[in-house]
Design a protein around this ligand. Structure first.
Ligand SMILES: Nc1ncnc2c1ncn2[C@@H]1O[C@H](COP(=O)(O)OP(=O)(O)O)[C@@H](O)[C@H]1O
Ligand SMILES: [Mg+2]
Length: 323
């Protein structure tokens, strides 16, 4: 069984700086301890925030997308407008009225479909979906409620997607993301290709894409071999999206909002996701999608930039282990 990426990266950096790495999870790698000369840090995979330099308040606030929007808005950073709704009535006594599923449906009806919905504490693109009708919203809320308590309704934006990784105020790398697609094999129908993608996603713990993601397509048609059928919506690598480019040269128009967003949240290490909404795609209209306080670094691995992964981890471990 493969150990989590963060554990591999931490172990590699620990070896590079002469620190001791101990697996505390029977070899599965979901919990570890790194120590040197009487100082230590704990870390892990899964739900553990692997980045030892990030404080618990900063990380937990960044996990909450509504809170993140509030923090960034307060310092003048542009975010996607979004409203918070609850998928079930658990803990309803702890909040004011007007925020339940029925209120969400009325809100979406007023602002008009399609809307973009995502769980407030989601990650890896799970349940980040374009919702096109009242019936689709009902279906969305029912599927979401199994795993999540609340969700955001946002406008559907069409922009070029960028990520900037920021470490202690410095932009480390920039990457762009493109939408996932189904690729025809000349034999399988669109419905079969979607089912195959969804079974891959399910094994990785990411929500399946509903057939409504292919609105307007004939699900019974058989695309020819090599034909790409774009899947609009989430572009997360974890949701089979693809990386277009990785570079250490971070355009200043992206570095500035990314550094400001990381600072506003108090995250020492973070990946800031942004859309460029400018019609010319000249980076003149940047909006922050979200800030990740525990970002995966698979992008760098796929780009052959293990050197950057090691540099990030060595910097963090030295920051925590130096007396
Ligand atoms: N309002 C939106 N309009 C269009 N696409 C969006 C919107 N918000 C998010 N996305 C897409 O969905 C992906 C996942 O959303 P995000 O807020 O980053 O949640 P997660 O924590 O699951 O990554 C984004 O990377 C982007 O591709
Ligand atoms: Mg994201």
């Amino acid at each position: 069984m493969p150990v989590p990426d963060s554990t591999r990266h931490a172990r590699d950096a620990a070896e590079a700086i002469g620190a001791r790495f101990d697996d505390l999870d029977g070899g599965e790698g979901y919990l570890f301890r790194i120590s040197r000369e009487g100082r230590f840090v704990l870390g892990g995979g899964g739900n553990v925030c692997a980045y030892p330099v990030n404080s618990a308040p900063a990380y937990t606030i960044s996990r909450d997308k509504a809170h993140t929007k509030a923090v960034l808005t307060a310092v003048g950073i542009k975010v996607i407008p979004g409203s918070l709704w609850f998928a079930h009535t658990r803990r309803a006594a702890l909040r004011g009225p007007g925020r339940e599923a029925g209120d969400a449906a009325a809100f979406a009806q007023r602002r008009g479909y399609p809307v973009f919905c995502k769980p407030n504490t989601g990650s890896r693109g799970t349940f980040a979906e374009i919702v096109r009708s009242p019936a689709d919203l009902d279906d969305y809320i029912q599927r979401l409620a199994v795993d999540f308590e609340s969700f955001l309704i946002e406008p559907v934006l069409d922009g070029e997607e960028h990520r900037v990784f920021v470490l202690d105020g410095r932009p480390v790398f920039h990457s762009t993301k493109s939408a996932p697609s189904l690729i025809g094999d000349g034999r399988s129908s669109v419905a079969q290709l979607l089912a195959a993608l969804n079974s891959t996603l399910q094994l990785e713990g990411v929500s399946a894409l509903p057939a409504s993601a292919l609105a307007g397509r004939d699900l019974a048609a058989t695309p020819s071999a090599g034909e790409h059928i774009a899947l609009p919506g989430r572009r997360n690598l974890s949701a089979q999206g693809s990386i277009e480019a990785v570079s250490e040269h971070v355009p200043p128009q992206l570095a500035a909002p990314a550094i400001a967003a990381a600072a506003a949240l108090g995250l020492r290490a973070s990946a800031v996701d942004m859309f460029d909404l400018s019609p010319a795609r000249d980076l003149s209209d940047i909006v922050v999608i979200e800030v990740n306080g525990n970002p995966g670094l698979r992008t760098l691995e796929l780009a052959g930039r293990s050197d950057l992964i090691r540099a990030i981890w060595v910097h963090m471990l030295n920051a925590c282990l130096n007396a």
